[in-house]
Design a protein around this ligand. Sequence first.
Ligand SMILES: [Zn+2]
Length: 54
Amino acid sequence: MPDTNNKVICPDCQTEIKSEIMLVGDILECEECGTEVEILSLNPLKYRELIEEK
Ligand SMILES: [Zn+2]
């Protein structure tokens, strides 16, 4: 795995999702594909793709 320290990489399109402030529980949305990622932990950074059920 590459060093992705404080970067959230979209699990769908591999685009970096940038956010000025990240908190546990935050939902970030990929600008490229709209995939939503939930921040699970900051140190170390962990996140998961949110599967939205509609
Ligand atoms: Zn994406």
